[in-house]
Design a protein around this ligand. Structure first.
Ligand code: SAH
Ligand code: SF4
Ligand code: F3S
Length: 476
């Protein structure tokens, strides 16, 4: 197994040198269009890609036809995500025909797979470069070579266990929330999942680097910070034997200022009572850094046999113990989960066990997915693949059960007073504003736009399946 390496200052300055070289070649005043698929990690990667592009003289545009550089940051977690990325990329052929100088680069998880690389090499000759997800810090070098050597570049190394600090980041100005990666990669090799193959081995950033990034964000007025990692619970910075994710969270809560911290994703096999205790001890408060009252704990299946076949390393008893412990310590916690239906060999009875767990736990929200066969993963080779129609039918039944539970849970808030951060003008009703509660629920209310960015208290008057309606009481 390769050891993770924090890139040296020289390596990073090399990329900064390429940034200024690219800017001198193009003369600046260029435009970049980026399309991002997949999870928050990819969104965070796109902010870095844009940050580097900006330093090279490329300003962000929302119109691909205006762009001098198009970046597609892809996801490979399910077939649907790959097909969408391929079809969008196919569409950019017209932009290239209209502007032969246009540079198109495809980055991210999809292009870190051998069969996709070969496919793109052959079928998409107008793509200038591929940049694997572990190497995005080398965008400047890749763009420089594309411009000077006029050849196609395929830069992929899924085993590159590097951490690149001090790269420029382009965050949307004025946004109240931000992502901060605390670790990269995954070592779990769940039998259905492609992520460990495309994002490399786990590597954790130094706590000092994370803390100073968060400090700067809070100083900039960011109010909601989500810590990212495929399995944040196995955060373990090199050379710091007894320092884990719970320690990091507790150090973050000692910073000055006001912010709400949340994190994703947690793996149940590594979630500890200590972590839950730290959350319980640090509720969000005025003038404090606290932790959101929500916990995303992917279950995947309610059957012990299927969990074993998925290589998840916990059983239902352990999962329910964690849920009960959380509910006991943090009574207002909103627990959410991920479920896969139709994993190979899943029987009707095993699927019903999953529905039983949903009824027992009463999740606030469940992200449910139809099992998608991923090239190179053990589950793709298993006998007993479930036919598409059965998978689709199981998904629909699961959604029916969860929608009813979610609605009941939202109705529970009616008549209560909640604290929430005012985010924006409502997307569905321009006359209202929306705020987000500490349990991640949206609440619509009538109020003045000057409240945006403030915490306030609301009285909940009405609930729908995924939203609340309320009355503004007072600012916090
Ligand atoms: N690291 C996170 C999840 C990353 S992927 C974790 O372990 O919780 C997000 C979700 O996609 C997973 O939780 C899983 O439910 C789903 N997923 C992953 N691979 C999948 C596949 N091959 N088919 C369907 N869903 C999948
Ligand atoms: Fe995939 Fe499992 Fe790793 Fe999550 S923990 S990214 S599901 S292999
Ligand atoms: Fe997709 Fe890669 Fe995230 S496969 S879900 S973008 S880690």
């Amino acid at each position: 197994m390769k050891k993770s390496v924090i890139l040296s200052k020289e390596e990073i300055s090399k990329q900064y040198k390429f940034m200024s070289d690219v800017k001198s070649i193009t003369g600046g005043n260029k435009k970049v269009y980026i399309q991002t698929f997949g999870c928050q990690q990819n969104e965070a990667d796109s902010e870095r890609l844009l940050g580097m592009a900006e330093q090279m003289g490329y300003e962000k545009t929302a119109d691909p036809k205006q762009a001098d550089l198009i970046l597609v940051n892809t996801c490979a977690v399910r077939e649907h995500a790959e097909l969408k990325a391929l079809s969008i990329t196919g569409g950019f052929k017209h932009c290239k025909e209209a502007n032969p100088e246009l540079i198109i680069g495809v980055c991210g998880c999809m292009v870190s797979q051998e069969h996709r690389i070969n496919d793109i090499k052959k079928r998409y000759p107008y793509i200038n470069f591929l940049l694997g997800t572990t190497l995005i810090h080398r965008l400047p070098e890749t763009l420089y070579e594309t411009l000077t050597q006029k050849k196609r570049i395929f830069r992929i190394d899924s085993d590159a266990c590097v951490i690149a600090e001090d790269l420029p980041v382009k965050r949307e100005p004025g946004k109240a929330d931000a992502w901060v990666s605390v670790m990269y990669g995954c070592n779990n090799f769940c039998s259905y999942c492609i992520v460990p193959y495309v994002r490399g081995r786990e590597r954790s950033r130094e706590p000092e680097a994370v803390l100073s990034e968060i400090k700067a964000l809070i100083k900039d007025g960011v109010k909601v910070i989500t810590l990212l990692g495929q399995n944040v619970n196995s955060y373990s910075p090199a050379g710091r034997e007894n320092y884990g994710f719970a320690d990091l969270l507790s150090d973050i809560c000692r910073l000055d200022g006001e912010a709400v911290i949340s994190f994703m994703t947690s793996h149940p096999k590594d979630a500890t009572e200590r972590l839950i205790d730290v959350i319980a001890e640090n509720p969000p408060k005025k003038n404090k850094v606290g932790i959101a009252r929500r916990f995303h704990l992917p279950l995947q299946s309610g059957s012990d046999r299927i969990l074993k076949a998925m290589n998840r390393h916990y059983d239902i008893e352990r999962y329910l113990y964690l849920v009960d412990y959380m509910k006991k310590k943090i009574p207002d916690i909103a627990i959410t989960s991920d479920i896969i239906v139709g994993f190979p060999t899943e029987t009707e009875e095993e699927f019903l066990e999953t529905l039983e767990i949903l009824k027992r736990v009463r999740f606030d929200n469940v992200y449910s997915f139809i099992y998608s066969r991923r090239n190179g993963t053990p589950a793709a080779e298993m006998d007993g693949q479930i036919p598409e129609d059965i998978k689709g039918e199981r998904l629909r039944r699961l959604l029916d059960v969860q929608t009813a539970i979610g609605k009941e849970k939202y109705l529970d808030s009616v008549g209560k007073t909640v604290r929430a951060l005012v985010e924006d003008v409502s997307k569905t009703d321009g006359a209202r504003l929306t705020a987000r509660t500490e349990t991640n629920r949206l609440i619509h209310f009538e109020g003045d736009a000057s409240l945006i960015g403030d915490y306030a208290y609301f009285y909940v008057e009405k609930a729908e399946a995924h939203e609340l309606f309320g009355r503004f009481i007072k600012k916090d």
